[in-house]
Design a protein around this ligand. Sequence first.
Ligand code: NAD
Length: 250
Amino acid sequence: MNLQDSITRAAQWINNSKHTAVFTGSGISIESGIPTFRGKEGIWNKYNPEMVEIQYFRRHPKESWGVLKEIFYNYFGNVQPNDAHRVIAELEKMGIVKAVVTQNIDNLHQEAGSKTVYEFHGTSRTMSCMGCGSMFESKVISLDVLPPRCMTCMGILKPDFIFFGEPIPREASMLSFYEAQTADVVLVIGTTGEVFPACQVPINAKENGARVIEVNTEPSQFTFGITDIFLQGKATEIMNELLKEIKKTS
Ligand code: NAD
């Protein structure tokens, strides 16, 4: 089947579905200008992943924060959602997409207008005090002096995304796996499927009978395993085409 036929079939499945869920990875945000972690241009080619291990952070918060600031806050502060994020938000408004489960921490789904977003790895939007637990919007915290400190107790602030060695946020995990058990179509966009346990979400959906439509520039761990329709290409281009086709065939 050529790409156009595959898009048409995917649009029909989505239109006929009662509950479409979306599962995204860092590939969806590449066209907004955020690099992935792994791969040729990946962040880990430039920085040591040890810097975002929780044990390292506890012992060396200043050094860890130097890297966190550069990787996350310098990049994420200036980026905008792209068409792929916007199409997903529009599909939610149309009543088709019920929820987005994302591995991303960049807040771009919400900025595009998505309302029901489960952040499997937490978020860079807020930070919490390691001393008293107070939570702050990241944008009100100055990173001129590191590590940033709590305005209430002067404790050290930590971003609310998970570091290596930390558990998945309980509520996001429960809601994500609930989606996996409820969805009849899962749209998987821009993820290698190599990060555990996040990769279990679409696998679990497939085991529960969902059809899996995948959008990626390259085959992933899912493509030859659980994917029913593989739409190869950039997320923005494929999602724009898919939306057109959904509107045509609805
Ligand atoms: P990954 O870096 O392992 O893989 C990215 C995937 O995106 C690859 O399969 C690649 O082929 C695909 N891709 C590249 N360009 C694309 C495009 N234009 N359109 C569609 N697909 C494209 O990403 P991952 O699987 O999400 O795992 C990395 C982990 O790192 C995630 O768990 C996430 O938490 C974190 N992360 C998040 C961000 C972010 O918040 N934007 C950025 C980097 C890493």
